[in-house]
Design a protein around this ligand. Structure first.
Ligand code: PGA
Length: 269
């Protein structure tokens, strides 16, 4: 069974002391969370706070991720950050191809693919974001966009390497808008994503790959979204900036222990 994976993307938010406090609070709350070992958790702070957040998380099982990474190893690339630098400050993961980088900064699938390859080659685990704009959904192009993002983003990636890749399906119309995809819409897109992964690689890779959902995930909808058979976790923006909300989401991803009578995580079962 795929272990659920919840990651917080702090985006361009917080100052140094807020970032440190948020990490320290999360560490403290996650430590006492029941069955914390049944879920993987990471936070992705802005680059400039990675070191201080790493220090605040020392000794915690909450992992560190970056919001982006550059594909070159070093040199004259003003403003960019390499895989080695991220590993040096304690990152395990790096988000690549977030929709804000695709649509605000203008990143292409080709650039995202190069970033993904360099992350994998250097031992970072990429979280590849995919997903359609509202106008693409309205024109019935959701599946075509998912397929294009997967085929181009994962071009040249080997089956073995896929063990270290997480996919995040994030419909752009649901990001930061408060409009969450319904559990059925998320499941449909995730099932399709898995089908394409099976076509690119094979059924085994498709079944082993974790696919997170992202887009206005909050404590009140997390459990139901993550109880869908193909939803293996969440990539959380806004709600990851408050410890209680993020912990509520994490708890929603922890598989119910025992029978339903002793648990009500509102999963809809
Ligand atoms: P949101 O962002 O949770 O604020 O919608 C999700 C994301 O962009 O990863």
């Amino acid at each position: 069974m795929r272990k659920k994976f919840v990651a917080g993307n702090w985006k361009m938010n917080l100052n140094a002391s807020e970032a440190q406090s948020l990490a320290a609070e999360l560490k403290a709350q996650f430590e006492v969370c029941e069955n914390a070992d049944t879920i993987d958790v990471a936070v992705c702070p802005p680059f400039v706070y990675l070191s201080s957040v790493a220090a605040a998380l020392e000794g915690s099982t909450v992992e560190l991720g970056a919001q982006d990474v550059y594909f070159e190893g070093n040199g004259a690339y003003t403003g960019e950050i390499s895989v080695e630098m991220l590993k040096d400050v304690g990152c395990r993961y790096a988000i690549v191809g977030h929709s804000e980088r695709r649509h605000v900064i203008g990143e292409t699938n080709e650039l995202i693919n190069r970033k993904l390859h360099s992350a994998l080659a250097g031992g970072l685990e990429p979280i590849l974001c995919i997903g359609e704009l509202l106008e693409e959904r309205e024109k019935g192009q959701t599946e075509a966009v998912i397929e294009r993002h997967l085929r181009k983003g994962l071009k040249g990636v080997g089956k073995e390497q896929m063990l270290n890749v997480t996919i995040a399906y994030e419909p752009v119309w649901a990001i930061g808008t408060g409009k969450t995809a319904t559990p059925a819409q998320a499941q449909e897109a995730h099932e399709f994503t898995r089908k394409i992964l099976a076509d690119i690689f094979d059924e085994e890779v498709a079944q082993a790959t974790r696919i997170q959902y992202g887009g206005s995930v909050k404590p009140s909808n997390a459990a139901e979204l993550m109880s869908q058979p193909d939803v293996d976790g969440a990539l959380v923006g806004g709600a990851s900036l408050k410890t209680d909300d993020f912990m509520g989401i994490i708890k929603g991803g922890i598989p119910p222990q025992g029978d339903c009578s002793s648990c009500c995580r509102n999963c809809g079962k």
